[in-house]
Ligand binder design. Structure first.
Ligand code: 5GP
Length: 194
């Protein structure tokens, strides 16, 4: 998506350790007009899918997913990071390793908000190694719901998550895919998409 690529070029900052900072428009200060354009793009890309729910993970997925939910006119659920897991059977639980914080989180979703009748679009800000998405997929599989697709704002195409998920057959639509980026020059190269 040209608009997002241009914004990344203008305001994104490449950091050491394969980290792209986009906190001026995506995951700290948030440009809601941009999110609306992104949501409309996903609406086109998933127009033939019977999506009735959006799933994301706190914290940085929530802002984008909320705008997407508004465009799709469906509810949005976010998976919560929990200190401890209460094993009373009311929650789906999984574990996710954070790319940015190098920590393992317990993640929960209440069984009240996800079940076998749901047709789910997963939304998140970044895709790197795929740990966050694999955790969300695990939770949906526990619920018996159907994964209709995955929408990602920025995929770092040089990390393994995207390839692995496409191989598994998911419709993964990343609005910007970075093939390479360089912390010393600041250069960012995007993959050519259709
Ligand atoms: P994964 O689980 O795919 O390895 O990493 C995805 C998660 O890590 C995203 O939800 C995002 O919050 C965070 N993340 C991964 N790479 C980056 C990055 O380059 N910049 C920022 N700001 N967050 C990232």
């Amino acid at each position: 998506m040209k608009l997002l690529e241009e914004r990344i070029k203008k305001d994104g900052v490449v950091k050491e350790g394969n980290v792209l900072k986009v906190d001026s428009f995506l995951n700290h200060q948030m440009d809601i007009e941009l999110f609306e354009e992104m949501a409309k793009e996903w609406q086109k890309l998933f127009e033939n899918k019977p999506i009735n729910k959006i799933l994301t993970i706190e914290a940085s997925g929530i802002g984008i997913a909320a705008i997407v939910a508004n465009v799709f006119k469906v509810p949005v659920v976010f998976a919560k990071k929990a200190q401890s897991i209460n094993l009373d059977g009311e929650m789906y639980t999984t574990q996710i390793e954070s790319f940015t914080h190098k920590k393992i989180y317990n993640v929960i979703v209440s069984k009240k908000f996800l079940n076998e009748d749901d047709h789910i679009l997963i939304i998140d800000d970044f895709l790197a190694n795929g740990c966050a998405l694999n955790g969300l997929i695990d939770i949906i599989q526990q619920s018996g719901g159907k994964i209709e697709g995955i929408g990602i704002a920025i995929e770092k195409g040089f990390q393994k998550g995207g390839n692995e998920l496409r191989k598994q057959g998911y419709q993964l639509e990343s609005l910007a895919i970075i093939d390479s980026m360089n912390a010393s020059s600041g250069e960012i190269i995007f993959r050519k998409t259709k």
